[in-house]
Design a protein around this ligand. Structure first.
Ligand SMILES: CC(C)(COP(=O)(O)OP(=O)(O)OC[C@H]1O[C@@H](n2cnc3c(N)ncnc32)[C@H](O)[C@@H]1OP(=O)(O)O)[C@@H](O)C(=O)NCCC(=O)NCCS
Length: 139
């Protein structure tokens, strides 16, 4: 597996998210992704396995020294072999290199694999926002 990074391929994020079953009823607005990517200086991390796109993470800096992981998703047939974990690691590395000290993610009970992964990666639950669970990791 290799991770490719881009600072401009935000349209790819929306196209990819639309193929992920769990996001069928809660896809982000593609224009919102483009705006956030451009406005905040976001990054797209793409995991490639055997020349296929296996997973994508889209994130950007928000508050000072904090990077927000907005979308993480892995194609179902590539799950359970470390792609999601590698994307989170690459995001932490990216944020660290940019001077971040904190990572921030929101998830929900309907994404149990992500919740398990975040806990394994030592993200702490720091609160709730309606049905969303707020996770933070101090780097
Ligand atoms: C959450 C998600 C990104 C995880 O991606 P993934 O590539 O399956 O993640 P990993 O492979 O790193 O870890 C998943 C599981 O595989 C296990 N695993 C990882 N590498 C492994 C290996 N080499 N051998 C056996 N098991 C392995 C992990 O321990 C983990 O197990 P667990 O779920 O029982 O705790 C993916 O399930 C997904 O896209 N879900 C839908 C979208 C979503 O929920 N996004 C987040 C919204 S907030």
């Amino acid at each position: 597996m290799k991770i490719i990074r881009s600072e401009s391929d935000f349209a790819h994020v929306a196209d990819f998210q639309a193929t992920i079953p769990e996001f069928a009823s809660c896809c982000d607005d593609p224009h919102d992704i483009l705006f956030r990517g451009d406005h905040f200086g976001g990054v797209v991390l793409e995991a490639r396995v055997d020349n296929h796109c296996a997973g994508v993470l889209f994130g950007y800096p928000t508050r000072a020294h904090t990077w927000y992981n907005h979308i993480t998703a892995v194609v179902p047939k590539f799950r359970g072999c470390g792609v999601g974990s590698a994307l989170l690691d690459a995001f932490a590395q990216e944020a660290t290199q940019a001077g971040a000290t904190t990572l921030f993610v929101k998830s929900k009970n309907c994404f149990p694999s992500m919740i398990r992964l975040l806990v394994k990666k030592e993200y702490a639950i720091i609160g709730m926002e309606k049905e969303k669970i707020l996770f933070e990791k101090i780097l």
